[in-house]
Write a protein that binds this ligand. Sequence first.
Ligand code: 1HE
Length: 258
Amino acid sequence: MTASQDIQLEIDGDIAIVRLNRAAKRNALSDRLVLAVRHTFENLPDTVRAAVLDGAGEHFCAGLDLSELKERDAGAGLHHSRMWHAALEEVQYGPVPVVAALHGAVVGGGLELAAACHIRVADTTTFYALPEGARGIFVGGGGAVRIPRLIGAARMADMMLTGRVYQAEEGERAGFAQYLVPAGEAFTRAVAIARRVAENAPLTNYALMHALPRIAEQPADQGFLTEALMAAIAQSAPEAKQRVRDFLEGRAAKVGKS
Ligand code: 1HE
């Protein structure tokens, strides 16, 4: 199934595989590709329970398509950034959890896109950078909000001020990725993780995507109440009750013994 010229969409059971497909340009994010990302996540079939986001070729994504970087007045620049925000919101707060399969360059807007995903699996070829500093621009795809939440504002500022590049191992320790795998194995591992995520009760996945990041931003007092409301809704679903019964009656896997 093809979503657009620049994106490949494949539905494999209840998993969607979304692949940036501009390998010749290192998957640089043209406006057309950013809009295709938005359209793809907005229109995933109802049967999909988790997604994998991959990049064709040796690099996940080289960031903003610099050939389209034009001089914009302040208003046009604002709208361009907001267009990216709307697309990446669709990844973060779309219908299903998204597992990014990272390899090679994860830079600039490519890192902003990866940061909008819920789980990042990086292979040992992965490197992370924010060349915006060197290009005389700033992040505009939500990176200033999402990247400090992964690695802290101090590390992000250092990357942009000095051009520092994080290699895969160091990047995993810093918090860019939750998983580090051997070269060439990010996609296979991301699919396996997506399949595991797809087995969860839909309301649990909804809570993790939509409630958890908001609770984490709330003052504790409000967070406790939001957590209680979400917990009450999740446990009241028939599927949750069945899953607890399955455990109590010996039908469900024990922790650590799946
Ligand atoms: C591109 C882009 C791009 C490659 N826009 N065309 N991002 C950057 O500053 C990163 C710029 N890219 C690179 O540093 C390198 O290309 C890579 C390290 C990612 C890969 O290197 P390599 O040797 O594998 O590929 P290459 O030979 O540099 O690139 C192959 C082609 O892709 C070449 O085009 P060709 O027509 O000469 O074959 C490159 O020009 C093209 N290409 N990257 C346009 N980014 C919401 S705001 C976000 C702001 C940002 O993201 S700023 C950071 C931009």
